[in-house]
Write a protein that binds this ligand. Structure first.
Ligand SMILES: NC(=O)c1ccc[n+]([C@@H]2O[C@H](COP(=O)([O-])OP(=O)(O)OC[C@H]3O[C@@H](n4cnc5c(N)ncnc54)[C@H](OP(=O)(O)O)[C@@H]3O)[C@@H](O)[C@H]2O)c1
Length: 289
């Protein structure tokens, strides 16, 4: 039987762990805190059921075929023991993390396993261990390689939407652009996502997006300028919605500023593109961590 580990079963990880287990796969969640049931509250893809959970890498018996990583980007090094205990060169690792640097981030820990960087659309808030509230989406967009087909097949009988995409690079940069536009603005203003669609918040978000688009295009993404206003207008629809960075900042937890703003700035430096607004927002978030 295919063996699957989910390292970091949080808001996103629980959603995919629960649907993999519900599809009949042998799934082990590698967690800091114990639980024994998955509970996904969701309008479109609810599921609950028993969970196999370990809280110490020493409890694991051998390697896994697939490892889904759901720790936040800055928690990756802290989860290194889980990764080295679960991965071999035959393992396929699915990185469910925002940003565009998951391959380089994970490779030091995965014993030569193939790392597939997923673009994640899955609104998830962990309310207690094993229990997530899914506010919409349940989608992983995977790179255009054969291993992605096998990952998608794992979800064939589930409502999760997992697929290989020839435009993966564009999808990654489109998602990163959205993240840098709203995450910092919501976290630094302590307001919901529409703050990035009107007034001064829109102007800052516009500058962030314009810089990120220029960098994404230099990296090879297909990002048309007219999408900037479309995205800014779209943020107005997210009434009452906020970002996980806003939630992390409000709760006094570290933010993923480096995986988002740091990634834009690092890529920009490779191409000699100025990104002063992304750099400033990243630095403000770092100062507050
Ligand atoms: N949430 C969303 O709506 C959303 C949407 C799209 C993309 N994303 C991205 O998805 C990624 C995961 O986000 P998330 O919201 O699911 O985060 P999350 O709810 O904070 O979940 C992270 C989980 O990892 C666990 N963890 C941290 N360090 C660990 C360790 N050393 N060993 C084992 N478990 C560990 C945490 O444990 P504890 O529970 O003990 O803290 C938590 O359960 C991020 O990169 C985020 O940007 C999130």
């Amino acid at each position: 039987m295919t063996r699957i580990a989910v390292v970091g079963p949080g808001g996103v990880g629980i959603f995919f762990a629960a649907h993999l287990a519900g599809a009949g796969h042998d799934v082990v969640s590698c967690a800091r805190r114990p639980f024994d049931r998955y509970e996904v509250e969701s309008e479109s893809a609810p599921i609950s059921g028993p969970a196999a959970v370990v809280t110490d890498p020493a409890e694991l018996d051998g390697a896994f075929d697939y490892v889904f990583v759901g720790v936040k980007a800055h928690q990756t090094a802290g989860a290194a023991d889980w990764l080295t205990a679960t991965c071999t060169p035959k393992t396929v690792v699915v990185a469910m993390q925002n940003g565009v640097e998951a391959v380089a981030r994970l490779e030091p820990y995965v014993n030569g396993a193939l790392v597939l960087e997923a673009v994640v659309y899955c609104g998830g808030t962990l309310v207690e261990p094993g229990h997530t509230i899914n506010s919409g989406g349940g989608r992983l967009i995977l790179p255009d390689v054969d291993a992605s087909d096998a990952v998608a097949e794992l979800f064939a009988s589930s409502p999760a939407r997992v697929s290989r995409n020839p435009a993966h690079l564009t999808e990654k940069w489109r998602k990163l652009a959205i993240n840098v536009a709203v995450n910092g603005v919501t976290a630094l203003t302590d307001k919901h996502i529409p703050v990035a669609s009107e007034g001064p918040g829109r102007e800052v978000a516009r500058s962030i997006l314009t810089e990120a688009f220029a960098v994404g295009r230099a990296e090879g993404a297909d990002l048309a300028d007219h999408l900037v206003d479309k995205m800014l207008d779209g943020f107005a629809q997210a009434r009452g919605g906020t970002t996980s960075m806003h939630q992390d900042r409000s709760a006094g937890r570290p933010t993923e500023h480096d995986a988002l703003y740091g990634a834009v700035v690092r890529a920009a430096e490779r191409h000699g593109i100025p990104t002063p607004v992304n750099a400033a927002v990243g630095q403000l978030l770092a100062a507050g961590d």
